[in-house]
Ligand binder design. Structure first.
Ligand code: 16G
Ligand code: ZN
Length: 551
């Protein structure tokens, strides 16, 4: 350990210097790629420890900075279930990344091992699967991670290569379930479950000629590369990938990708007025975010956006309908009680929340960040979560899956496998295979969207019309210390400074459908302001006046 730590000294002002202090935020450690090796090496040590603590279960390391510029990089750890690393280890992660010198690092590690009862020594094993995105610093950071892992006796690193973030999370989960954790197993699962979903589309639902055509903006990242690999096997879908990451097509996330399209609401690089009317999707640089859009007119570069909230609404509608079909079935002796929960954040457009509540669904809120939403979603038989920015998935409890399995057996033994109930059961089973259970996954989400649109015989227009978004505005405010703002109620209210919430309330009551909240960003040194109101002018004005109180 001493040896490895001395090979990766912290940058000069690291370990307490204000300019460079690593903090394990919502997305792990993230910074300029060139400054990352010490943090990534230490993340390797951390991951090996995590696996040792969990009796040698496989954990994961992903080297990516997602939608951020190509020069940035980052590292985060996946727990054995494929989800984010347990939150109570984050403070150890911070301490480890900022330990000022090799001796301090060694002391910290030994103390933590003692406090947590982590078994050290040659009889204990640890396994860490590693994946990285296409960033040029990835290979060099991978080496730093490997050195960190190998510094721990008994730890075994397995490099899975260049992958989307959700692929690596899926592999970690699969490995621990005793399922083959390879890329081909992942692809086979997507392709087969997508085919099952299409086989279950009612025969009368055939759309027009544009119905199967989809153009995908791959953000010049890894998602487009993977989609190119499997698209020929996705029968029933005609996919064209742009910004595919091929040499000369453009720079990762630059003027393209899900984050760009969702925030700027303009066409990504590579799209033109010729694409008017065609259904398009956009992934982010590591393919864990997905939004849809359509070039709105030939005269400007604006798009009609379908964000994470509307993807969630489509999923919720579909799942609710299948549950209703199952439970309305006269031949089912026992109904299938399912607790269906929808998880959103304060950024969810108010119109989406209203739409979901009008369907009679239970909608709950958590703070921003996948780790919070995912955890909440796991409390349900079927939990559907999405952030407006396109990160989300649907999680099915094991208990519910086994109930579906027994029901399908019961129905087919009664010769009922032509019935509507049986089809609905099979659709939910296929959906649970198609949609990534470990983490939000743009590729599996995209295929789920496409299957549902075909099932309903819906065009992009039908989907857009589910509800109309309330106009909204987001602003960033630079402050001296963003941690001076503390929020509560899933970030919808400010608790400190106490006077600020009163000021926000006073502004908000002046607007019809007014809603406004502020929160310190977890990834940038700013405070974010979000406002919503009946008109764009009002949303802008509400955001502006609240921003003045913050600044
Ligand atoms: C991270 C989060 C994302 C969240 C965003 C908020 C994960 C994997 N990613 O990118 O979910 O929306 O941070 O950023 O959790 P902010 O705190 O700067 O607004
Ligand atoms: Zn991402």
């Amino acid at each position: 350990l001493l040896d490895v730590a001395s090979r990766f000294p912290l940058p000069n002002d690291g370990g307490g210097g204000a300019g460079c202090r690593f903090s394990y935020g919502t997305a792990g450690f993230r910074a300029d790629g060139a400054t990352m090796p010490p943090a990534v090496c230490r993340a390797g040590i951390l991951a090996a420890f995590r696996s040792l603590k969990l009796a040698g279960a496989a954990v994961g390391i992903v080297i990516t900075a997602s939608h951020n510029p190509v020069g940035d990089n980052g590292v985060k750890i996946a727990d054995p279930d494929g989800g984010m690393m347990a939150q109570h280890w984050e403070s150890f992660a911070d301490a480890l990344a900022n330990a000022p010198d090799p001796d301090a690092l060694l002391q910290l590690v030994l103390q933590f091992a003692k406090d947590e009862g982590i078994p050290l020594g040659s009889h204990h094993t640890a396994q860490v699967l590693l994946g990285r995105d296409t960033r040029p610093t990835g290979e060099y950071l991978l080496d730093a991670a490997l050195q960190g892992i190998n510094a721990i006796v008994g730890a075994h690193a397995i490099d899975m290569g260049i992958l989307t973030t959700p692929q690596l999370h899926w592999m970690v989960r699969s490995k621990n379930k005793g399922v083959k954790a390879s890329e081909s197993a992942y692809f086979t699962q997507l392709i087969n479950s997508f085919r099952h979903m299409l086989e279950l589309v009612p025969k009368d639902k055939s759309g027009d000629e544009l119905a199967n055509k989809l153009i995908v903006d791959g953000a010049n990242g890894i998602g487009g590369v993977k989609l190119e690999q499997i698209k020929a096997e996705l029968s029933g879908l005609d996919i064209l990938v742009r910004n595919s990451g091929k040499e000369g097509e453009g720079i990762l996330n630059h003027m393209c990708g899900a984050d760009f399209v969702q925030k700027e609401r303009v066409t990504p690089h590579g799209f033109s007025p010729e694409d008017v009317g065609v259904r398009c999707a956009s992934l982010d640089g590591d393919a864990d975010r997905l939004v849809y859009f359509r070039v709105s007119s030939a005269s400007d570069n604006k798009v009609d956006l379908v964000d994470g909230d509307k993807i969630l609404s489509l999923f919720a509608l579909f799942i609710r309908e299948q549950l209703d079909i199952i439970n309305d079935g006269s031949k089912v002796n026992k109904p299938l009680p399912a607790k269906l929960g929808i998880v959103q954040t304060a950024y969810a457009n108010g119109a989406s929340t209203q739409f979901l509540k009008d369907l009679g669904l239970e909608v709950v809120f958590t703070p921003t960040g996948v780790k919070y939403l995912h955890k909440k979603a796991l409390e349900y038989d079927i939990g559907i979560y999405f952030e407006a920015n396109g990160h989300g998935t649907v999680v099915f409890s094991e208990n519910f899956i086994s109930q579906l399995e027994s029901l399908s057996k019961e129905l087919s033994s009664q010769d009922d496998n032509g019935s509507a109930q049986y089809h609905a059961v099979m659709r939910l089973m296929a959906a649970s295979q198609l949609i990534n259970q470990a983490v939000g996954d743009a590729l599996s989400g995209l295929l789920f969207v496409e299957a549902i649109l075909q099932y309903r015989g819906w065009s992009f227009q039908n989907w857009c019309e589910l509800y109309s978004d309330l106009p909204s505005r987001q602003l960033k405010v630079k402050v001296i210390d963003r941690s001076s703002i503390v929020t509560t109620n899933a970030e919808t209210k400010v608790s400190q400074p106490s006077s600020l919430q009163e000021l926000i309330d006073k502004e908000t009551v002046n607007y019809s459908h007014g809603r406004c909240f502020v929160r310190p960003s977890g990834t940038e040194d700013v405070v974010r302001v979000y406002a919503e109101a009946s008109t764009q002018v009002e949303a802008d004005s509400l955001a502006k006046s609240v921003a003045q109180h913050v600044g």
